[in-house]
Design a protein around this ligand. Structure first.
Ligand SMILES: *Cc1c(COP(=O)(O)O)cnc(C)c1O
Length: 394
């Protein structure tokens, strides 16, 4: 069986976790602090704050930029449901705009028509590790005074070119970027997330909120030679990452350059091996972007049945997934609250199908994600492409 993805672990992760357990300090301790420092350095951000997941990171990021009840946040429906859910956690309303069918990312030209009085943020997504057109999105958002939060769940190690220089996602261009360490992403801590920002106020808010808004962190009380009473200054959360996770994350971060190199090799091979399937749509990497290939997504030829192709692959021992979901089609969004926006501006969404979000819906219905993980051998990849050829009927 060839899985869709597979985390890359070695002895070092086991030792790192064991070391933390032996130390007796298992949460909000030295490993979390060290992971944050190393992650900030890797991305080129001033601050990095570790949390329990990317979903909780998104919640804190939106809260920090001032999203509250009744506000609107512009985002894409074509994303993992956590993107839209994080907006609802703030009791705000997602305003969905459509994607570009080539990159599967937010269309920057649809941002401006969607902005109105209650718009408090743009939540853009670097979908499947492919950088979205951040420069164009920031251009509109800055001009209209709307903060940009980046859902970089899948995008650790992905890069964008700015003025001829390559920069990693997470180096703050928008207000905050949010990363995931779920096993389906490029590196993993089991579960986990990270926020990066250059804003000192955001950084201290994230640290406060992730730990119940407790005025004095455990570490400070532990070290103090005088009795300290803490207080709880506002509504906080338990969004902590443990030191066991952080220690694993540090080892994974060390593996990242090798992981990225192999993922990029495999993506290049896929592009070569699949080039001769008539009508098959291959992922597009804009000249200013470098993907980490968190997922490799192909668009099936017209008239080709998605479920049938996936079943044929599965019968041959190859796991695939359908294209990224659309939040607005899920029962959780059936009775809103959500809006969609095209060139005419925001309108109430209700039906489970939405013409204005048609490229997202098409991508969900006609795309297939292929296996890609750093341990994948060339012969396994050859089998995937040969089986896809056969399954499509070429
Ligand atoms: C995986 C993912 C998330 C959620 O990440 P978790 O760490 O599982 O909370 C959010 N947004 C996108 C685009 C994702 O792919």
């Amino acid at each position: 069986m060839i899985p869709i993805a597979k985390p890359l672990f070695g002895e070092e992760e086991q030792q790192a976790a064991a070391r933390v357990i032996a130390s007796g300090w298992v949460t909000q301790g030295p490993e979390v602090a060290a992971f944050e420092k190393e992650f900030a350095e890797y991305c080129g951000a001033k601050y990095a704050v570790a949390v329990s997941s990317c979903t909780t990171a998104l919640h804190l990021a939106l809260r920090a930029v001032g999203v509250g009840p009744g506000d609107e946040v512009i985002t894409v429906s074509h994303s993992f449901i956590a993107t839209a859910n994080s907006i609802r956690y703030c009791r705000a309303t997602p305003v969905f705009i459509d994607i570009d069918p080539g990159t599967f990312n937010m269309r920057p030209d649809l941002v401006e028509p969607a902005i109105r009085r209650r718009t408090k943020a743009v939540l853009c997504v670097h979908q499947m590790g492919m950088p979205c057109d951040l420069a164009a999105i920031l251009d509109v958002a800055r001009r209209r005074g709307v903060p940009v939060v980046e859902d970089a769940a899948c995008a650790i190690g992905s890069e964008i070119q700015w003025d001829g220089r390559w920069e990693r996602i997470g180096r703050p261009r928008g207000a905050v970027a949010c990363f995931s360490f779920h096993p389906r992403k490029v590196i993993t801590t089991g579960d986990g997330g990270m926020l990066t920002t250059d804003n000192a106020e955001h950084d201290s808010k994230f640290r406060l909120w992730r730990q119940h808004a407790m005025s004095v962190p455990d570490t400070a009380r532990h070290k103090a030679d005088q009795v300290i009473f803490e207080s709880y200054t506002e509504l906080g959360f338990n969004y902590r990452m443990t030191d066991i996770q952080a220690a694993v994350g540090r080892v994974q971060l060390g593996r990242l350059p090798g992981i990225l190199e192999r993922r990029r090799q495999l993506a290049k091979r896929y592009l070569e091996l699949l080039a001769d399937i008539p009508g098959l749509g291959l992922p597009v990497e804009p000249p200013w972007a470098r993907s980490n290939w968190q997922s490799f997504c192909v668009r099936l030829p017209r008239g080709c049945d998605q479920r049938m192709v996936m079943q044929r692959m599965l019968d041959a021992g190859i796991a695939t997934r359908r294209g990224v979901m659309c939040a607005h089609r899920e029962p959780a969004f059936n009775r809103g609250p959500w809006l969609f926006s095209d060139r005419a501006g925001p309108q109430q969404g209700s039906a489970s199908s939405c013409v204005a979000l048609r490229e997202g819906e098409r991508a969900q219905d006609h795309c297939v994600l292929l296996p890609l993980f750093p341990q994948m051998r060339d012969d396994e990849q050859n089998m995937v492409t040969a089986t896809l050829h056969a399954a499509i009927g070429t």
